[in-house]
Design a protein. Structure first.
Length: 424
């Protein structure tokens, strides 16, 4: 099952500060960086797919999680120092990676995830010409560009002599990846850049902004935490998802708060002030996203992002386009529906009938549980640090009450998970 110890370890990503040897105009946190990096990787990957390139999205999803685990374990060693160790002392670097794996040996689920993490950290580097090698290169490009964006944001408040060596190195790093179409458009500030600037606003929006809290978390970092939890909930569910289902779940988690880039965070008590308000807020969010965000999205990912953010907490599939080749018969009730239409289904139906990439299956109920776990951790962690308020205590207790007798959600024993926090 998903353990309290593991989620608390991952939550440490909200406490790791970046660029802490320079002046920063706002808190720059590792979880936020991981979120923006994965959003950039998504945009890069979608443009490359449009150019006929294949990606191993499953590898990239796991790599985003594993890199966060590495950062949490090695946060006291600056990235340039790590690179020097890797370049000049490869034997010690291998031992360092083995030490990182050891820190998580008792935490990670044993159903293949620990083995994947060990292979990622300690296995041979992928062949650059292989599918994984090409995907890894896009992932590195996203890492370099998201670092460049952070540098650009702090450059306005730092003296030039402190920045010149860093800027030179970052520009040299980015140059290596300028054959990637999305990176070209980002560097030259075309449409993907304007869309990313909207996504970056989630970095400045604080969760639970009506109460003091430690650590403070942004909507952006929260979104990546939800995506990671959604991945882990699959491993805890006892069900093997098809790759398309895992991909949809992860990116639905990553982009589930996308509308807040234009609406800002409306806290749950306000949303639930009247019976009809949650539905009204959702309608308004969809309308604003259609007017303000959708025009900034490129054709290669607009439809998919709208699918991720529309009815994001429902278990659902999408009717395949005509001419799709199936290794199985399409259910009659689905075949009669127009292509692209969404259909809400049960978890049992997802497993027994629609656990195939062609149906674009999404475990929206798991994304909702992940969202609630993240909210619970945000409240519980601050309370444990001694920074509390009525908002935090009532929010925590409401979530405990909600799931105390809930049992399983999409195969995950959510009541057992929350009981770990009631046991002290």
């Amino acid at each position: 099952m998903l353990t309290k110890s593991l989620v608390l370890k991952i939550f440490e990503g909200f406490s790791i500060e970046r660029w802490n040897d320079l002046v920063r105009p706002f808190d720059m946190i590792e979880m936020d960086k991981a979120a923006e990096k994965m959003m950039v990787a998504y945009i890069i990957g979608k443009f490359e797919e449009e150019r006929g390139q294949s990606l191993d999205w499953d590898w990239m999803i796991h790599a985003s999680f594993f890199e966060l685990l590495r950062k949490i374990a090695l946060c006291d060693i600056k990235s340039p120092v790590q690179r020097m160790i890797r370049r000049d002392y490869p034997a010690e670097y291998r031992k360092l990676n083995q030490w990182v794996v050891q820190q998580y040996r008792e935490l990670l689920p044993q159903k293949g995830l620990l083995e994947r993490f060990e292979d990622y950290c300690c296995g041979p580097a992928p062949d650059p010409t292989s599918l994984v090698g090409r995907t890894a290169r896009m992932f590195r490009a996203a890492h370099k560009y998201s670092t460049l964006r952070e540098f650009q944001m702090i450059s306005v408040v730092n003296e030039k002599f402190r920045l010149d060596p860093i800027e030179e190195g970052l520009n040299r790093d980015i140059e290596e990846y300028l054959d990637l179409r999305a990176l070209q458009l980002l560097v030259t500030k075309q449409k993907p850049y304007r869309f990313l600037m909207m996504l970056e606003q989630l970095r400045f929006q604080t969760r639970w902004n009506q109460t003091p809290r430690v650590p403070r978390t942004s909507v952006l970092g929260h979104s990546f935490f939800v995506a990671i939890l959604t991945l882990l909930l699959e491993y805890a569910s006892g069900t093997t998802f098809c790759e398309g289902r895992r991909y949809n779940n992860f990116f639905c988690g990553l982009f589930h708060d996308l509308p807040e880039a234009v609406t800002r965070d409306i806290i749950s008590p306000v949303k639930q002030a009247t019976d009809g308000l949650p539905h009204i807020v959702k309608l308004i969010e969809d309308e604003i996203v259609g007017k303000e965000l959708s025009p900034l999205m490129d054709d290669c990912y607009r439809d998919e992002l709208m699918y991720f953010t529309s009815n994001e907490f429902a278990n659902r599939i999408r009717v395949p386009e005509p001419g799709t080749l199936f290794a199985r018969e399409m259910p009659e009730e689905v075949a009669q529906l127009p292509p692209g239409q969404q259909l809400e289904v049960s978890f049992e139906e997802l497993n027994q009938r629609y656990n195939f990439d062609e149906f674009s299956p999404v475990d929206g109920n798991l994304v909702k549980v992940a969202d609630h776990i993240a909210a619970f951790l945000e409240a519980d962690s601050s309370i444990r640090y001694g920074i509390t308020s009525q908002h935090l205590t009532s929010g925590k207790e409401n979530l405990l009450c909600l799931y105390r007798q809930r049992g399983r959600v999409n195969g995950f024993d959510v009541a057992a998970f929350f009981s770990q926090f009631q046991e002290g």
